[in-house]
Design a protein around this ligand. Sequence first.
Ligand code: SF4
Length: 326
Amino acid sequence: MTETREKLIEIKNLKKYFPLKSSMFKKEKQVVKAVDDVSFHIFKGETFGLVGESGCGKSTLGRTLNRLYEPTAGEIIFDGHDIASLNNKELQPYQKRMQMIFQDPYSSLNPYMNVEEIIDEPLEIHTKLSKNERREIIIDILEKVGLKKEDMEKFPHEFSGGQRQRIGIARALAINPDFILCDEAISALDVSIQAQVINMLEDLQSELNLTYLFVAHDLSMVRHISDRIGVMYLGKMVEISKSDELYNKPLHPYTQALLSAIPIPDPIKAKNNNREIITGELPSPIEMEKGCPFRSRCPFAKAICAEAEPQMKQIDNNHSVACHLY
Ligand code: SF4
């Protein structure tokens, strides 16, 4: 079956390398390959989850895609336009359409600004609306995220963590974006509050026709909100699949290990589960050897895995994997 949905974002061979400070012992310039030749797309109106261990490059990928970081190479096609090499001025109309919700609702809000000023900031920068018109919008958005008009005068310290994240979401929504990067947006919240924020994000998505890139290390939460999920390892995308299929039939040994690490609340099921726990440390992203980046930790590694890097291979319409086993 051919996919007919429209793509909002298409990433082609994206790289983001960070140069390291040169040392007197190393002549060659060293780089950290945080994102290394990644390609994928996000359909309009979908939630694409991005998972992987801390340090795998998922947040860097999100921020490069949003042009918060300058890409080293590759294309970022947003609604049909390559925005990868646009300058700040050319980028402005796209930045208006691409917003972000940050991980930490404590540090991402300016403590000296009240709620009205926080949400008004992007409106003032990106629109020509009058103060009164902007105020109406702010009141409307606060209602959408479950806060009240009276909250406009308050400062961030007067709110709980969950309420602060609602303010962050209201700020992201203020200029009516098409796309929101949710970068570990619920990781700092209590579990009960996480569910509330996720439900609210889902409601807002249907109401406002939003597209999300949901970056998280909590796989159970990602499954709940995502239509499709990409798994990253050491700056590479190693598997992409529909959410349920990834959980029911993970193909890449790394994805299998990640899923095995999710705690199982039922002790009998947990005992009968043949868990594939990954051992060993994440290899250095600076001096990468040839072959599969996962091979030092992979229980299925074979000779070819040390010789050639596996390329992404489409297994069916909704499932791709980069592994020599397929
Ligand atoms: Fe393991 Fe080889 Fe597959 Fe890499 S390519 S995940 S080392 S089997």
